[in-house]
Design a protein around this ligand. Structure first.
Ligand code: FAD
Length: 441
């Protein structure tokens, strides 16, 4: 098989960009990582509280973390496949909990970058402004150093790997009457601490892990918190067990000029704040039409196996789009695949075959009745996908304990939503994981 070494641009130095850089270099390529921030970590670089100029928008910060955040996956399952996320000196650990605080994840990613000597590949405080297709399948990347004026510097790369994350651009709920409603609105992207909500009445919209955690966080200071969840077909509001100021409702029906918010369950409340925990939008502001992809109702289209746009593959690729997954191992396997495809060790199907595959996948989603915005939702299929990638790369499949631990955590979370981070029954799986980790430590 031929092996080619390419000069590559990687956009982003979060978990995806870091592992992509490692895999690309392992394969003999020369990656340059562009990172807008001054440090690695992406999402895990906590941005301290500040009054955002636009509380509903992406504002100036990339990260959506709030101060009290602990991981929602057990650490053994979360880490990269050959660099275990264990509470050890090698990972810079200072928080040995199984579901540690966000600072521990950042320390782990920093340790990963140091261990694999990735920092010297990163151009910090350098934003990619544009990616334009050149002749012979190459790409011109325009970037600008923070503080510099002007239109930036253009360089040509053999290929571009996009790792810019997808938890920054807020998706907002549409609420009839909201323009005349006098209260304050905010997106969870800009939520950090509960103190500003002392004595306030807050409505939290959403059913995600963030909505669950943030509503509890705010309930520690607010007068009342009301969760509006469109997937809850309730006729009336329900007080949440263990709280005297937290209620669960069905979705908001409308907001009124007098400050009241009416729920579909018929109840209404005069509220001070609506917090949208309503998720995020894929956004690639640096890509133009020549990237061949569009984003419609959160479907990044078309992508072969959620990674390569068939028309311009393999010179443009995306790492990290799937959600409802264990992210780091999935990023790692996608990166191995991209690296080997770029070097010619793995050959992609023809453009036509890749398009057929994409269409067949969309037909499957339609048959299942899933909306477009669930295109990259991997609930129930992530391990099949991971194992497919691993097989392409002749790499071992995902460990059995990791798969079981993921499902077990899901059950435990459903059974003990308030305490799953501190109580569990899968110590046997932890033991299996630690046994496996010995070969990497
Ligand atoms: P990011 O971490 O977002 O990194 C993208 C990077 O790209 C950033 O550093 C950004 O500055 C940079 N960038 C973007 N645009 C440009 C540009 N134009 N030029 C240069 N640089 C650019 N995952 C877990 O495994 N466990 C958890 O418990 C967990 N909890 C989460 C809780 C919350 C609230 C959120 C939002 C996410 C959580 N995740 C969790 C998922 C988390 O997003 C992933 O673990 C992972 O960090 C995503 O990595 P990424 O590299 O894809 O994106």
């Amino acid at each position: 098989m031929p092996s080619v070494s390419l000069r590559l641009a990687v956009i982003g130095a979060g978990a995806a960009g870091l592992v992509a850089a490692r895999e690309l270099r392992r394969e003999g390529h020369a990656p340059v990582v562009f990172e807008r921030a001054a440090a690695v970590g992406g999402t895990w670089l906590y941005a301290p509280p500040a009054a955002p100029s636009d509380p509903l928008g992406a504002a100036a910060t990339h990260s959506s973390l709030y101060a009290s955040l602990r991981t929602n996956l057990p650490r053994e399952s979360m880490g990269f496949l050959d660099f275990p996320f264990v509470a050890a000196e090698a990972t810079g650990s200072a928080d040995p909990r199984r579901f540690p605080g966000h600072e521990e994840v950042l320390r782990y990613l920093e340790a990963f970058a140091r261990r694999f000597d990735l920092l010297r590949l990163v151009r910090f405080e350098t934003e990619v402004l544009g990616v334009r297709r050149e002749g012979r399948g190459r790409w011109a990347v325009t970037s600008r150093k923070l503080g510099d004026k002007g239109s930036g510097q253009e360089e040509v790369y053999d290929a571009v790997v996009v790792c810019n994350g997808h938890y920054t651009e807020p998706r907002i709920a549409v609420i009839p009457g909201i323009d005349a409603w006098p209260g304050k609105q905010m997106h969870s992207h800009n939520y950090r601490v509960p103190e500003p909500f002392v004595d306030q009445v807050v409505i939290v919209i959403g059913a995600s892990a963030s909505a669950f955690d943030i509503s509890r966080d705010i309930a520690s200071t607010a007068k009342q918190v009301h969760i509006a969840d469109r997937s809850t077909p309730l006729r009336r509001c329900v007080k949440q067990p263990g709280y005297n100021n937290l209620w669960l409702h069905s979705m908001i029906d409308r907001a009124q000029e007098d400050g009241r918010v009416v729920f579909r369950d018929g109840s209404s409340i005069k509220a001070d704040v609506i917090m949208h925990c309503t998720g995020y939008l894929y956004d690639f502001p640096f890509l133009g039409d020549d990237s061949t992809i569009t984003v419609d109702d959160n479907r990044v289209d078309p992508l072969y196996k959620h990674v390569f746009p068939p028309e311009v593959a393999p010179q443009l690729s995306f790492i990290g789009l799937p959600w409802k997954v264990i992210p780091f191992p999935l990023f790692e396997l996608q990166s191995k695949w991209v690296a080997k495809v770029l070097s010619g060790r793995i050959v992609l199907p023809s453009k036509e075959e890749m398009m057929e595959d994409v269409k067949a996948f969309y037909s499957k989603l339609e048959a299942r009745g899933w909306p477009k915005r669930y295109t990259h939702n991997f609930s129930n299929c992530q391990f099949e996908y991971d194992d497919w990638l691993a097989a392409q790369c002749s790499y071992p499949t995902i460990e059995e304990w990791r798969k079981q631990m993921y499902f077990f955590n899901g059950y435990n979370k459903a059974a003990r939503p308030e305490s799953y981070r501190d109580e569990w029954d899968d110590d046997d799986l932890v033991e299996d994981a630690n046994g496996d980790f010995k070969k990497y430590l």
